[in-house]
Design a binder for this molecule. Structure first.
Ligand code: ASP
Length: 359
């Protein structure tokens, strides 16, 4: 095992493991005490790999690289840029067979969508799998789930799985899905269900799941550009709730905020108190996306009421995913403007929001 930089001098193909931190690299303060009292991002990725060395698939060479070692609640735009570039450049490297990313589960949802939207087509075209994984228990907890997740991810990245295309996946708890479908949906439960769509066992790929993956990949025609570290448009998530006030929207006027993701009630309903202020926001050129605070289901245009022109429904995107999608769409539209092409942020956003659902 070696921790050479991505452009390593390796002469034979290998799996690249990129470390981002998270609970998988975390340490409980008292290993035999409460495993929920721990610090995330304490162990280096090379050490995590040394814990699983005996279980690695025979003949597979591993190279690791620490991109960050954080609690993923602190994930930043700049780190996403760094990770996106590392993944993109590594996919281009002929020696890299596949990529595994160890990541915190708090914001694995954002990273999954980001990598799908910026590197998904590239990975698919090259036939290489990028696998995100993490853990619910810190590395020194008696029943730590990180080692088995890491091994499963390395297997998924390295095994020629019949018919399973290259792309951006996530593996947790013995099951794999598209990374854009993985999210933390329980605050504390150990091995909580983390997926928003059907998944497949790591050992036995389910054919109907595979046809769902292929439908999503067929609909995803072109990756969006990775924003430069300091060029991510500022987008906030605001939640509609009982007692909502117009000031929550008006507050952003005069700031550099370029977009608002509105986590509405039910089917994406917005409190009447916000409506006038939202019209003003649109008039000021602030991009608006409507999603649901319920955490599941599809948000359709003009349901429950007609959308103000310019405001987009989020489709199946949760609020954190819609936020990343809107940032990428705004950035792509800015670049289009520079190239003299007329595509809008709505055109780019719709490409992500309209991807088929895997059932
Ligand atoms: N707070 C941790 C993180 O996201 C949680 C985890 O990894 O499960 O880094």
């Amino acid at each position: 095992m070696s921790s050479n930089p991505v452009k390593s001098a390796e002469k034979s193909p290998y799996i690249l493991v990129l470390g981002m931190g998270g609970t998988i690299a975390g340490l409980a303060r008292e290993p035999k005490g409460n495993p929920l009292q721990y610090e995330a991002g304490q162990l280096g990725v090379e050490l995590l790999l040394s814990h699983v060395e005996s279980g690695l698939p025979a003949g597979i060479k591993i190279v690791s690289r620490q991109v960050a070692n954080i609690n993923s609640r602190n994930l930043s735009d700049a780190l996403l840029t760094q990770l996106g570039i590392a993944v993109h450049d590594s996919l281009a490297d002929l020696m890299v067979m596949g990529i595994v990313i160890t990541h915190g589960t708090d914001t694995i949802e954002e990273t999954g969508l980001f990598l799908q939207a910026t590197c998904g087509k590239y990975a698919q075209t090259l036939g290489k799998r990028v696998i995100l994984t993490g853990a619910m228990l810190p590395a020194n907890a008696p029943k730590a789930d990180g080692p088995s997740n890491l091994l499963d991810a390395i297997r998924w990245a390295s095994t020629p799985i019949d018919n399973c295309p290259g792309g951006i996946y996530a593996v947790m708890d013995g099951r794999g899905c598209l990374a854009m479908d993985l999210a933390k949906r329980h605050a504390t439960a150990i091995n909580a269900p983390l997926r928003d769509s059907p998944s497949s066992s790591v050992g036995l790929i389910n054919p109907s799941w595979l046809s769902g993956i292929k439908a999503v990949q067929a609909a995803w025609n072109e990756d969006l550009p990775i924003p430069k570290a300091n060029e991510w448009p500022w987008v906030e998530i605001l939640t509609s709730h009982a007692g909502a006030r117009a000031q929550t929207i008006v507050h952003w006027f005069g700031s550099d905020v370029k977009g608002l993701v509105l986590a509405g009630t039910g089917m994406g309903g917005i409190h009447d108190e916000w409506k006038g202020a939202l019209d003003q926001a649109l008039g000021r050129g602030i991009a608006l996306v409507r999603t649901s605070r319920t955490g599941a289901g599809t948000i359709y245009s003009d349901i429950p009421e007609k959308d103000t022109p310019g405001c987009m429904a989020s489709g199946t995107l949760s609020a954190p995913r819609a936020r990343i999608a809107l940032q990428l769409a705004l950035n792509a539209a800015n670049q289009e403007k520079l190239n003299g092409k007329p595509l809008t942020w709505q055109d780019f956003f719709a490409r992500i929001a309209d991807l088929p659902e895997i059932r």
